[in-house]
Design a protein around this ligand. Structure first.
Ligand SMILES: C[S@@+](CC[C@H](N)C(=O)[O-])C[C@H]1O[C@@H](n2cnc3c(N)ncnc32)[C@H](O)[C@@H]1O
Length: 198
C-alpha cells in the first residue's frame, strides 16, 4: 500500500515536472522566453496608451493570458492573444473557457487566444499592441510592424524599445515605451533630446 502511494506521488511529480519543463522550454525555440509582466507594470502600460472600452488590443505572445484579462476586465477592451507555444496557448484557452468568455474565437468574443506565430498575424485592425519582446526581436520586427498597423494605432514595448522609433511616452520606473503609428524616427535619443533636462 505504502509503495503504491509513493509510486502515484512520484508519477504525479514526474508529470508536473514535464509540464513545467515544456512550459519553460518551448518559448525558447521561438527565441522569446516566458517572462510574465507584473500586474502593476501591465496596468501602467495600458493606462499610458489610454486603452478605451471596445478598442482591440493584441498581445504578441500571450503567455498565461494575464494582459488579455486585464484589458477586458479593467478597461472594457477586446483582446486577442497570439501564442505560439502549445502549453501557454492551451492554458489561456482553458482560462477563457472556464470564465465563460467564448474561446472559440467567434466575432463577438471579448477575449480570444490564437495558436499562431505573431510574425504571421494580420494586425491591421489593432488599436493597441502589447509587445514584451527581446532586443533582437524588436529590431527584427519593427519595420514589418510599422507596415502592418493602421495610423492611430498605439504600441506598448515592455523592457526593450523599438530602436528606430521615437517614443510618445516613456516610463522610467517600469521601463515602458509607447509609440503612435506611423512611428516617428529617432529612437530614444530623439525623445530625450526633446525633454528639458537634456
Ligand atoms: C515574454 S513572454 C510575455 C507574456 C505576456 N505577454 C506577458 O506580458 O505576461 C513571451 C511569450 O511569447 C510567446 N512567443 C514567443 N515567440 C512567439 C511567436 N513568434 N509567436 C507567438 N508567441 C510567441 C512565448 O511562448 C511566451 O509565452
Amino acid at each position: 500500500m505504502f509503495l503504491q502511494i509513493l509510486f502515484i506521488i512520484l508519477y504525479i511529480v514526474a508529470i508536473l515536472s514535464l509540464i513545467y519543463g515544456l512550459w519553460m522550454i518551448v518559448p525558447f525555440f521561438y527565441r522569446l522566453p516566458w517572462v510574465p509582466t507584473a500586474k502593476d507594470r501591465a496596468r501602467r502600460a495600458l493606462k499610458m496608451v489610454d486603452l478605451k472600452p471596445n478598442e482591440l488590443l493584441y498581445d504578441l505572445g500571450a503567455g498565461d493570458g494575464r494582459i488579455l484579462f486585464m484589458a477586458a476586465k479593467e478597461f472594457g477592451a477586446r483582446a486577442i492573444g497570439i501564442e505560439a507555444s502549445p502549453l501557454q496557448y492551451a492554458f489561456t484557452w482553458l482560462r477563457i473557457f472556464f470564465k465563460g468568455r467564448h474561446p472559440f474565437g467567434h466575432r463577438q468574443a471579448q477575449i480570444q487566444v490564437r495558436h499562431e506565430n505573431f510574425f504571421q498575424t494580420d494586425l491591421s485592425d489593432a488599436d493597441v499592441i502589447f509587445a514584451y519582446l527581446t532586443p533582437k526581436l524588436t529590431i527584427r520586427f519593427q519595420d514589418d510592424l510599422a507596415k502592418k498597423l493602421k495610423p492611430g494605432a498605439r504600441v506598448i514595448a515592455v523592457a526593450f524599445d523599438f530602436p528606430d522609433w521615437k517614443p510618445s511616452d516613456f516610463d522610467e520606473r517600469y521601463l515602458l515605451f509607447t509609440y503612435d503609428m506611423p512611428p516617428q524616427k529617432g529612437g530614444m535619443a530623439a525623445y530625450l533630446a526633446e525633454k528639458e533636462d537634456f
